[in-house]
Unconditional design. Structure first.
Length: 233
């Protein structure tokens, strides 16, 4: 079994140590180094060429999103999982645009990181195969209940992915008034159809409620807001 080389970018020594121990409990992951700053991390990435980077955003010297952007500009073939206290929708959206494969918000259950690593390894095994990949194989990975930090019930429907779902939920949790699908789509730079599909799923889950706004003519428009009884649970 070929080792998966991991670089941890984290400026808190205790957190870095915990993440290292947990990561190396999962076969075949091996931590090749720990970096505490943006500059040092970029040098280590270019020198060690890790397969996976566990990346914090808030660094004492630098910023994880800046580092992620540099990795992509340099076309470095490393995958990135964000492990950070940052949870604003803009940061999550940017990390996804820069190609982060998962986003874990601190403080987190250690089991959450372990499951993320296992899901990532399954994806690596699938992509390493020299064959065409079936949609059903990808769906099996993206719909796993092992990767649902906001506790959605059951297996996600086809075409509904947990990172996008979390991005929309995190954004709604920050709002103090109901918003239309168009407003949410515009703020998150997503298509209206995509956002509508995810919002309707969240309504079915009881995470989000709908407020109807009646105009002078035509159908009432929908406004979406988090169900305070269930939204963050």
């Amino acid at each position: 079994m070929k080792p998966v080389k991991v670089l941890i970018v984290e400026d808190d020594p205790m957190v870095a140590s915990i993440n290292k121990k947990l990561t190396e409990k999962v076969e075949p992951f091996r931590v090749v180094d720990i970096s505490t700053s943006e500059k040092d991390a970029l040098e280590q990435i270019q020198q060690l060429v890790p397969d996976l980077i566990l990346l914090d955003i808030y660094l004492a010297n630098g910023n994880g999103l800046n580092l992620l952007q540099k990795i992509r500009k340099l076309d470095i073939p490393a995958d990135v999982i964000l492990v950070t206290a940052a949870k604003d929708s803009k940061t999550i959206a940017q990390s996804m645009r820069y190609g982060a494969i998962d986003f874990i918000i601190k403080p987190f259950d250690l089991e959450r990181l372990e499951k993320s690593l296992k899901n990532y390894y399954k994806l690596r095994l699938l992509l390493d195969k020299e064959k065409d990949i079936k949609q059903s194989e990808l769906d099996k990975l993206s719909q796993t209940t092992d990767n649902q930090p906001l506790n959605y019930q059951g297996v996600l429907p086809k075409g509904v992915h947990v990172l996008t779902l979390d991005q929309i939920m995190v954004y709604l949790l920050k709002q103090n008034k109901p918003l239309s699908c168009e407003q949410i789509a515009s703020e998150l730079s997503m298509s209206k159809i995509t956002v509508w599909r995810y919002l309707e799923y969240l309504v079915e889950q009881g995470k989000v409620k709908i407020e109807l706004v009646y105009g002078t003519v035509g159908r009432p428009s929908k406004r979406y807001y988090v169900n305070e009884d269930q939204g963050g649970k």
